[in-house]
Design a protein around this ligand. Structure first.
Ligand code: MG
Length: 181
């Protein structure tokens, strides 16, 4: 069976999908950024693979475990499903160079601004690089996108659905969008 390749919309998590209270991991601390479920639904309907790429140094710092993060992501997916929105894949970078937990003490290639999570997604998922992009709320997100060879857009806050609609309009009206690498 062949799988048609589709462009991916890479989304940072904290500050893009959920409000960044700092080391969010408890279900009760999930609060969506305005328009986030609608934005993800919009991307689903437009045919993008929605891939979350998130640094979670709280694991390295011993604040919570990878299993805790996984449980939070199950909750996140369930809450999105209630809005008719779907995340296709989530990549997490639990490392930090100054980790308190030795196993996670690394300047790991997955940790943004390095592009490891995006490159892994390109290798593992049926992603068409052309037309793919990233939305993040930090310069390190945009830097990771650039290092992976796709455009990165800095989300300044506000309504994520309106912001994503603007990104998609740009992608549609400018045929060379995304080719400037
Ligand atoms: Mg963020």
């Amino acid at each position: 069976m062949t799988t048609a390749r589709r462009p991916a919309a890479f989304l940072d998590r904290d500050g893009v999908i959920n409000i960044d209270h700092g080391y969010v991991v408890r279900a009760e601390d999930l609060a969506f950024v305005e328009g986030a479920p609608a934005a993800i639904r919009r991307l689903n309907e437009a045919g993008y693979l929605v891939v979350v790429v998130t640094n979670q140094s709280g694991v390295a710092r011993g604040y919570f475990t990878e299993a805790d993060v996984g449980r939070f992501h199950d909750h996140l997916r369930a809450e999105l499903a209630a809005h008719g929105a779907r995340i296709d894949a989530i990549y997490t970078a639990p490392h930090h160079p100054e980790a308190t937990i030795a196993a996670y003490r690394a300047d790991h290639p997955d940790r943004k601004p390095r592009p490891g999570m995006l490159l892994k997604a390109f290798a593992e998922l049926p992603i068409e690089t052309r037309g793919s992009f990233l939305v993040g709320d930090k310069a390190s997100d945009v830097e990771a996108a650039r290092a992976a060879g796709i455009p990165g857009h800095l989300f300044p806050g506000g309504d994520l659905d309106a912001f994503i609609a603007g990104v998609l309009a740009l992608a549609t009206t400018n045929p060379v969008f995304g080719e400037d690498r």
